[in-house]
Design a binder for this molecule. Sequence first.
Ligand SMILES: [Zn+2]
Length: 304
Amino acid sequence: MKRILTGVAAVLALVAFGAKAEPFKVAITVDDLPAHGSPVPGHSREEVARDYLAALKAHKVPGVYGFINAVALEREPGTKAVLKLWRDAGYPLGNHTYTHMNINTGGLTAFEGDIEKNEPVLKELMAGQDWRVLRFPFLNAGTDPALHKGIMDYLATKGYRIADVTISFNDWAYTETYNRCLTKGDAATIDAMKVQYMQGVKASIARSTYGSQKLYGRQISHVLLIHEGAFTALMLPQVLSEFEAEGATFVSLDEAQGDPVYSAVSAHRGEGLLIERQAREKGADIWAGAPADVDIANLDTLCR
Ligand SMILES: [Zn+2]
């Protein structure tokens, strides 16, 4: 009996010192389908999508929403195949606006038009299923309060819900750097990027779980935002393994959004990271003592 108690105490001590991850749920969502960033040297959009889906399936990740910008079907004919692959994998599609518009610069009327221009493809590929889920491009939901209220009223009328985000590791910042390094054939820099990328993954998990504990006193169901780029496709098997090692269970967006934090009153729903936003709204400082984030400023200078 004494030995068992000692064992329990040891486990509790490990948890207290953060040596063992606390379990949490996370939904994975993928933005900018079917064509994130510039065309990838030596890799087709379909190839990127197949790699992506293979990793998600290998880790049995359920209900992964792909948020689409259908303008890509005009710019890169043939990319509709990517959206079909996503659907064939049993995953849903949602709205990320037609041209990836920033509501702050586009304004309300143009932004609504951009949402609607994206809908025919969603209707066609999601026949009979719920595609009325919006991810705001740049996680900008209208800085001006009147603009934000305008879009919220519009979305409510149209029956849309919003896909808020709680974890992001700035994977988008690697996209063009990777393309440049592929063009140059700079394998050493790509290897260094992989190391930095995984440091960012670990830091973002640590920060978001830290912030959740501090703000809510528990682990909320998280939502991860990643982009359908070639570098994230390359790293995704490691990323998913890292999440599992940190205590994550993969759930669908629908299940994650069943957590009451997603329906709590918020003056700027859809804006930025949910935990940071709700902390601001409560006047809480949740980042004191938090694990440091990884600086990505160097990425813009690499492989020039
Ligand atoms: Zn996007």
